[in-house]
Design a protein around this ligand. Structure first.
Ligand SMILES: C[S@@+](CC[C@H](N)C(=O)[O-])C[C@H]1O[C@@H](n2cnc3c(N)ncnc32)[C@H](O)[C@@H]1O
Length: 328
Protein backbone atom coordinates (compact mmCIF):
# COMPACT_ATOMS: atom_id res chain seq x y z
CA UNK A 1 0.00 0.00 0.00
CA UNK A 2 1.30 3.46 -0.91
CA UNK A 3 1.32 5.86 2.05
CA UNK A 4 0.74 9.42 0.82
CA UNK A 5 3.32 11.63 2.47
CA UNK A 6 3.67 14.66 0.23
CA UNK A 7 1.26 17.38 -0.97
CA UNK A 8 2.27 16.61 -4.58
CA UNK A 9 1.20 12.95 -4.27
CA UNK A 10 -2.13 14.05 -2.80
CA UNK A 11 -2.71 16.55 -5.61
CA UNK A 12 -1.89 13.91 -8.22
CA UNK A 13 -4.50 11.66 -6.64
CA UNK A 14 -7.03 14.48 -6.63
CA UNK A 15 -6.79 15.33 -10.33
CA UNK A 16 -7.15 11.70 -11.38
CA UNK A 17 -10.58 12.48 -12.87
CA UNK A 18 -9.11 14.67 -15.64
CA UNK A 19 -7.83 12.06 -18.14
CA UNK A 20 -11.16 10.22 -17.77
CA UNK A 21 -13.01 13.49 -18.52
CA UNK A 22 -10.86 13.99 -21.64
CA UNK A 23 -11.84 10.55 -22.92
CA UNK A 24 -15.47 11.13 -22.06
CA UNK A 25 -15.55 14.47 -23.94
CA UNK A 26 -13.83 12.97 -26.98
CA UNK A 27 -16.41 10.18 -27.07
CA UNK A 28 -19.35 12.53 -26.61
CA UNK A 29 -18.11 14.90 -29.33
CA UNK A 30 -17.67 12.03 -31.79
CA UNK A 31 -14.01 13.01 -32.06
CA UNK A 32 -12.67 9.50 -32.55
CA UNK A 33 -14.97 9.14 -35.58
CA UNK A 34 -13.77 12.43 -37.03
CA UNK A 35 -10.08 11.52 -36.77
CA UNK A 36 -8.61 9.56 -39.69
CA UNK A 37 -5.28 7.92 -40.45
CA UNK A 38 -4.28 11.09 -42.32
CA UNK A 39 -3.37 14.15 -40.22
CA UNK A 40 -5.89 17.01 -40.25
CA UNK A 41 -5.54 20.48 -38.72
CA UNK A 42 -7.61 21.13 -35.58
CA UNK A 43 -9.58 23.85 -37.43
CA UNK A 44 -10.75 21.32 -40.04
CA UNK A 45 -11.89 18.82 -37.40
CA UNK A 46 -13.55 21.65 -35.46
CA UNK A 47 -15.50 22.66 -38.58
CA UNK A 48 -16.61 19.09 -39.12
CA UNK A 49 -17.82 18.77 -35.50
CA UNK A 50 -19.13 22.37 -35.27
CA UNK A 51 -17.14 23.09 -32.09
CA UNK A 52 -14.75 25.79 -30.88
CA UNK A 53 -11.46 25.39 -32.72
CA UNK A 54 -9.17 26.68 -29.97
CA UNK A 55 -10.63 24.47 -27.23
CA UNK A 56 -10.72 21.49 -29.56
CA UNK A 57 -7.05 22.05 -30.32
CA UNK A 58 -6.29 21.89 -26.57
CA UNK A 59 -8.36 18.71 -26.21
CA UNK A 60 -6.47 17.16 -29.15
CA UNK A 61 -3.12 18.06 -27.62
CA UNK A 62 -4.21 16.50 -24.30
CA UNK A 63 -5.29 13.32 -26.14
CA UNK A 64 -1.90 13.27 -27.84
CA UNK A 65 -0.09 13.68 -24.52
CA UNK A 66 -2.20 10.82 -23.11
CA UNK A 67 -0.94 8.60 -25.92
CA UNK A 68 -4.23 8.35 -27.78
CA UNK A 69 -3.69 10.26 -31.02
CA UNK A 70 -0.70 11.22 -33.13
CA UNK A 71 0.46 14.72 -33.99
CA UNK A 72 2.54 16.09 -36.87
CA UNK A 73 3.10 19.38 -38.73
CA UNK A 74 -0.03 18.58 -40.75
CA UNK A 75 -2.27 18.11 -37.71
CA UNK A 76 -3.84 15.29 -35.70
CA UNK A 77 -4.49 11.68 -36.70
CA UNK A 78 -5.93 8.53 -35.15
CA UNK A 79 -3.53 5.83 -33.95
CA UNK A 80 -4.15 2.19 -34.93
CA UNK A 81 -5.38 1.53 -31.37
CA UNK A 82 -7.81 4.46 -31.47
CA UNK A 83 -9.14 3.41 -34.88
CA UNK A 84 -9.73 -0.16 -33.71
CA UNK A 85 -11.22 0.45 -30.28
CA UNK A 86 -12.53 3.98 -29.77
CA UNK A 87 -14.71 4.84 -32.74
CA UNK A 88 -18.38 5.41 -31.80
CA UNK A 89 -19.96 2.32 -30.26
CA UNK A 90 -16.87 0.16 -30.66
CA UNK A 91 -15.80 -2.02 -27.75
CA UNK A 92 -13.85 0.45 -25.60
CA UNK A 93 -16.18 3.32 -26.48
CA UNK A 94 -18.82 1.28 -24.63
CA UNK A 95 -16.49 1.18 -21.63
CA UNK A 96 -16.02 4.98 -21.82
CA UNK A 97 -19.82 5.40 -21.89
CA UNK A 98 -20.19 3.03 -18.92
CA UNK A 99 -17.65 4.92 -16.85
CA UNK A 100 -19.13 8.29 -17.88
CA UNK A 101 -22.51 7.16 -16.57
CA UNK A 102 -21.16 5.70 -13.33
CA UNK A 103 -18.84 8.64 -12.63
CA UNK A 104 -21.95 10.78 -12.12
CA UNK A 105 -23.23 8.34 -9.51
CA UNK A 106 -19.80 8.33 -7.81
CA UNK A 107 -20.10 12.10 -7.29
CA UNK A 108 -22.80 11.22 -4.76
CA UNK A 109 -20.64 8.80 -2.80
CA UNK A 110 -21.06 10.89 0.35
CA UNK A 111 -24.83 10.36 0.11
CA UNK A 112 -24.33 6.60 -0.35
CA UNK A 113 -22.27 6.51 2.83
CA UNK A 114 -24.80 8.67 4.69
CA UNK A 115 -27.88 6.71 3.66
CA UNK A 116 -26.48 3.18 3.27
CA UNK A 117 -28.29 3.00 -0.08
CA UNK A 118 -27.07 2.97 -3.71
CA UNK A 119 -27.65 5.96 -6.00
CA UNK A 120 -28.92 3.94 -8.95
CA UNK A 121 -32.29 2.22 -9.24
CA UNK A 122 -32.22 -1.61 -9.17
CA UNK A 123 -30.92 -3.34 -12.32
CA UNK A 124 -34.27 -4.98 -13.16
CA UNK A 125 -35.96 -1.57 -13.07
CA UNK A 126 -33.23 0.10 -15.12
CA UNK A 127 -33.54 -2.58 -17.82
CA UNK A 128 -36.92 -0.91 -18.52
CA UNK A 129 -36.36 2.72 -17.60
CA UNK A 130 -32.80 3.09 -18.97
CA UNK A 131 -32.71 0.42 -21.65
CA UNK A 132 -30.09 2.25 -23.78
CA UNK A 133 -27.74 2.67 -20.83
CA UNK A 134 -28.14 -0.92 -19.61
CA UNK A 135 -27.47 -2.17 -23.15
CA UNK A 136 -24.27 -0.09 -23.33
CA UNK A 137 -23.31 -1.46 -19.90
CA UNK A 138 -23.71 -5.07 -21.07
CA UNK A 139 -21.60 -4.39 -24.17
CA UNK A 140 -18.97 -2.75 -21.93
CA UNK A 141 -18.93 -5.87 -19.72
CA UNK A 142 -18.46 -7.97 -22.82
CA UNK A 143 -15.37 -5.90 -23.75
CA UNK A 144 -14.03 -5.99 -20.18
CA UNK A 145 -14.42 -9.76 -19.97
CA UNK A 146 -12.69 -10.24 -23.33
CA UNK A 147 -9.81 -7.87 -22.58
CA UNK A 148 -9.28 -8.35 -18.86
CA UNK A 149 -11.17 -11.48 -17.78
CA UNK A 150 -9.65 -14.86 -16.90
CA UNK A 151 -9.11 -17.55 -19.55
CA UNK A 152 -11.83 -19.74 -18.03
CA UNK A 153 -11.65 -22.25 -20.89
CA UNK A 154 -8.34 -23.39 -19.37
CA UNK A 155 -10.19 -24.85 -16.38
CA UNK A 156 -10.85 -28.61 -16.63
CA UNK A 157 -13.92 -28.09 -14.43
CA UNK A 158 -15.50 -26.01 -17.24
CA UNK A 159 -14.26 -27.74 -20.41
CA UNK A 160 -15.47 -30.17 -21.57
CA UNK A 161 -18.91 -30.42 -20.01
CA UNK A 162 -22.44 -29.12 -19.87
CA UNK A 163 -22.10 -25.79 -18.10
CA UNK A 164 -24.57 -23.36 -16.57
CA UNK A 165 -23.54 -19.69 -17.05
CA UNK A 166 -25.80 -18.02 -14.52
CA UNK A 167 -26.34 -14.28 -15.09
CA UNK A 168 -24.23 -14.79 -18.19
CA UNK A 169 -25.04 -11.38 -19.72
CA UNK A 170 -24.18 -11.22 -23.42
CA UNK A 171 -22.42 -14.55 -23.09
CA UNK A 172 -18.74 -13.63 -23.28
CA UNK A 173 -17.68 -16.56 -21.10
CA UNK A 174 -20.35 -18.85 -22.60
CA UNK A 175 -18.81 -18.18 -26.01
CA UNK A 176 -15.28 -18.89 -24.72
CA UNK A 177 -16.38 -22.20 -23.20
CA UNK A 178 -18.52 -23.22 -26.18
CA UNK A 179 -15.66 -22.52 -28.58
CA UNK A 180 -13.44 -24.73 -26.40
CA UNK A 181 -15.91 -27.64 -26.62
CA UNK A 182 -18.49 -27.34 -23.82
CA UNK A 183 -22.23 -26.99 -24.24
CA UNK A 184 -23.75 -24.10 -22.34
CA UNK A 185 -27.00 -23.13 -20.67
CA UNK A 186 -26.96 -19.35 -20.26
CA UNK A 187 -29.59 -18.02 -17.84
CA UNK A 188 -30.38 -14.32 -17.55
CA UNK A 189 -33.31 -11.92 -17.40
CA UNK A 190 -35.55 -11.84 -20.52
CA UNK A 191 -34.35 -8.42 -21.77
CA UNK A 192 -30.74 -9.57 -21.56
CA UNK A 193 -31.46 -12.93 -23.22
CA UNK A 194 -32.90 -11.02 -26.21
CA UNK A 195 -29.59 -9.16 -26.59
CA UNK A 196 -27.53 -12.32 -26.00
CA UNK A 197 -29.47 -14.13 -28.72
CA UNK A 198 -28.29 -11.74 -31.43
CA UNK A 199 -24.84 -11.38 -29.90
CA UNK A 200 -24.27 -15.16 -30.04
CA UNK A 201 -26.07 -15.79 -33.34
CA UNK A 202 -22.84 -16.76 -35.13
CA UNK A 203 -22.26 -19.83 -32.90
CA UNK A 204 -23.30 -23.30 -34.13
CA UNK A 205 -26.87 -24.31 -33.29
CA UNK A 206 -27.13 -26.17 -30.01
CA UNK A 207 -23.84 -24.97 -28.51
CA UNK A 208 -25.58 -22.45 -26.26
CA UNK A 209 -29.10 -22.80 -24.89
CA UNK A 210 -30.58 -19.49 -23.74
CA UNK A 211 -32.99 -19.48 -20.79
CA UNK A 212 -34.88 -16.36 -19.71
CA UNK A 213 -35.47 -16.55 -15.97
CA UNK A 214 -35.24 -14.50 -12.80
CA UNK A 215 -32.99 -16.76 -10.77
CA UNK A 216 -34.44 -15.51 -7.50
CA UNK A 217 -37.98 -16.39 -8.55
CA UNK A 218 -37.43 -19.78 -10.19
CA UNK A 219 -36.23 -22.97 -8.53
CA UNK A 220 -32.85 -24.23 -9.80
CA UNK A 221 -32.22 -20.96 -11.66
CA UNK A 222 -35.00 -21.89 -14.11
CA UNK A 223 -33.36 -25.09 -15.42
CA UNK A 224 -33.63 -28.80 -14.60
CA UNK A 225 -32.06 -29.92 -11.33
CA UNK A 226 -28.74 -31.80 -11.48
CA UNK A 227 -28.61 -31.18 -15.25
CA UNK A 228 -25.13 -29.60 -15.54
CA UNK A 229 -21.59 -30.72 -14.78
CA UNK A 230 -20.57 -27.33 -13.48
CA UNK A 231 -21.91 -23.82 -12.99
CA UNK A 232 -20.15 -20.52 -13.61
CA UNK A 233 -21.17 -17.63 -11.35
CA UNK A 234 -19.30 -14.71 -12.89
CA UNK A 235 -19.55 -11.20 -11.46
CA UNK A 236 -22.90 -11.98 -9.89
CA UNK A 237 -22.16 -12.27 -6.18
CA UNK A 238 -20.92 -8.70 -5.83
CA UNK A 239 -24.32 -7.42 -6.91
CA UNK A 240 -25.88 -8.79 -3.73
CA UNK A 241 -25.38 -8.75 0.02
CA UNK A 242 -24.04 -11.94 1.58
CA UNK A 243 -27.48 -13.46 2.37
CA UNK A 244 -28.91 -13.10 -1.16
CA UNK A 245 -25.58 -14.24 -2.63
CA UNK A 246 -25.77 -17.41 -0.54
CA UNK A 247 -29.40 -17.91 -1.63
CA UNK A 248 -28.20 -17.64 -5.25
CA UNK A 249 -25.45 -20.21 -4.65
CA UNK A 250 -27.94 -22.60 -3.02
CA UNK A 251 -30.12 -22.39 -6.11
CA UNK A 252 -27.08 -22.89 -8.36
CA UNK A 253 -26.11 -25.94 -6.29
CA UNK A 254 -29.36 -27.71 -7.18
CA UNK A 255 -28.57 -27.44 -10.92
CA UNK A 256 -25.26 -29.34 -10.61
CA UNK A 257 -24.91 -33.14 -10.84
CA UNK A 258 -23.46 -34.93 -7.80
CA UNK A 259 -19.69 -34.51 -7.80
CA UNK A 260 -19.86 -31.48 -10.10
CA UNK A 261 -18.32 -28.05 -9.60
CA UNK A 262 -19.09 -24.40 -9.15
CA UNK A 263 -16.69 -21.74 -10.43
CA UNK A 264 -17.01 -18.23 -9.00
CA UNK A 265 -15.33 -15.44 -10.95
CA UNK A 266 -15.40 -12.14 -9.07
CA UNK A 267 -13.33 -9.35 -7.54
CA UNK A 268 -12.81 -9.75 -3.81
CA UNK A 269 -12.84 -6.68 -1.57
CA UNK A 270 -9.37 -7.66 -0.35
CA UNK A 271 -7.90 -8.29 -3.80
CA UNK A 272 -5.12 -6.09 -5.10
CA UNK A 273 -3.38 -4.41 -6.70
CA UNK A 274 -3.35 -1.64 -4.11
CA UNK A 275 -6.82 -0.16 -3.53
CA UNK A 276 -8.50 -2.11 -6.37
CA UNK A 277 -10.66 -4.34 -4.16
CA UNK A 278 -11.70 -1.54 -1.81
CA UNK A 279 -12.65 0.75 -4.71
CA UNK A 280 -14.56 -2.06 -6.40
CA UNK A 281 -16.44 -2.64 -3.16
CA UNK A 282 -17.37 1.06 -3.08
CA UNK A 283 -18.47 0.86 -6.71
CA UNK A 284 -20.94 -1.88 -5.82
CA UNK A 285 -22.30 0.17 -2.92
CA UNK A 286 -22.80 3.20 -5.19
CA UNK A 287 -24.33 1.27 -8.08
CA UNK A 288 -26.08 -1.85 -6.88
CA UNK A 289 -26.48 -1.96 -3.13
CA UNK A 290 -24.37 -5.11 -3.24
CA UNK A 291 -20.83 -5.47 -1.97
CA UNK A 292 -17.57 -6.96 -3.06
CA UNK A 293 -17.06 -9.82 -0.60
CA UNK A 294 -13.73 -10.71 0.95
CA UNK A 295 -12.02 -13.93 -0.05
CA UNK A 296 -12.98 -15.38 3.32
CA UNK A 297 -16.64 -14.37 2.94
CA UNK A 298 -16.83 -15.83 -0.57
CA UNK A 299 -15.42 -19.08 0.80
CA UNK A 300 -17.92 -19.10 3.68
CA UNK A 301 -20.79 -18.42 1.26
CA UNK A 302 -19.74 -21.44 -0.82
CA UNK A 303 -19.43 -23.68 2.25
CA UNK A 304 -22.86 -22.53 3.48
CA UNK A 305 -24.50 -23.46 0.19
CA UNK A 306 -23.47 -27.10 -0.11
CA UNK A 307 -19.99 -26.87 -1.61
CA UNK A 308 -16.66 -28.02 -0.23
CA UNK A 309 -12.94 -28.13 -1.11
CA UNK A 310 -12.90 -24.45 -2.03
CA UNK A 311 -9.67 -23.46 -3.78
CA UNK A 312 -8.46 -20.38 -5.62
CA UNK A 313 -7.26 -20.70 -9.20
CA UNK A 314 -3.89 -19.07 -9.88
CA UNK A 315 -5.10 -16.21 -12.10
CA UNK A 316 -3.30 -12.94 -11.31
CA UNK A 317 -4.86 -10.24 -9.09
CA UNK A 318 -7.40 -8.72 -9.17
CA UNK A 319 -9.02 -11.76 -10.78
CA UNK A 320 -10.50 -14.01 -8.12
CA UNK A 321 -11.61 -17.40 -9.38
CA UNK A 322 -12.77 -19.87 -6.75
CA UNK A 323 -13.55 -23.48 -7.57
CA UNK A 324 -15.54 -25.72 -5.25
CA UNK A 325 -17.08 -29.19 -5.41
CA UNK A 326 -20.71 -29.96 -4.80
CA UNK A 327 -21.07 -31.95 -1.58
CA UNK A 328 -22.08 -35.54 -2.33
C1 LIG B 1 -22.49 -7.88 -13.64
S1 LIG B 1 -23.34 -8.78 -14.86
C2 LIG B 1 -22.23 -10.15 -15.14
C3 LIG B 1 -22.30 -10.65 -16.55
C4 LIG B 1 -21.33 -11.82 -16.85
N1 LIG B 1 -21.60 -12.97 -16.04
C5 LIG B 1 -19.90 -11.38 -16.70
O1 LIG B 1 -19.17 -11.95 -15.89
O2 LIG B 1 -19.48 -10.44 -17.39
C6 LIG B 1 -24.65 -9.52 -13.95
C7 LIG B 1 -25.63 -10.27 -14.85
O3 LIG B 1 -26.59 -10.91 -13.99
C8 LIG B 1 -27.87 -10.76 -14.55
N2 LIG B 1 -28.88 -10.82 -13.48
C9 LIG B 1 -29.03 -9.94 -12.45
N3 LIG B 1 -30.07 -10.30 -11.68
C10 LIG B 1 -30.59 -11.42 -12.24
C11 LIG B 1 -31.69 -12.25 -11.91
N4 LIG B 1 -32.46 -12.00 -10.84
N5 LIG B 1 -31.94 -13.35 -12.67
C12 LIG B 1 -31.15 -13.61 -13.77
N6 LIG B 1 -30.09 -12.84 -14.13
C13 LIG B 1 -29.82 -11.77 -13.37
C14 LIG B 1 -27.81 -9.41 -15.21
O4 LIG B 1 -28.84 -9.24 -16.15
C15 LIG B 1 -26.41 -9.39 -15.80
O5 LIG B 1 -26.38 -9.93 -17.08
Amino acid sequence: MTVISSPLELIQLLVGYQPAAVLRAASQLGLFDALTDQPQPASEIANQLAVDSSNLNTLLVALHQLGLISISDDGFAATPFTSSHLRGNSDLDMVIKKEAFFSEAWLELDEVVRSGRPILAPWKERLHTRSDQTKEFLYALDALARFTGPALAELPELVPGRILDVGGGLGTYSRMLAEAGSTIVLVDLPEVIDLARSHLADLPNGSIELVAADIFNEPACGIETESVDAALVSHMLHDYPRESGTELLLSVNTTIRPGGFVVVNDFASDSGPEAFGALFDLMMRVETGGAAHSLETLTEMLLASGFSNVRRSPFPDPITVLIAEKDS
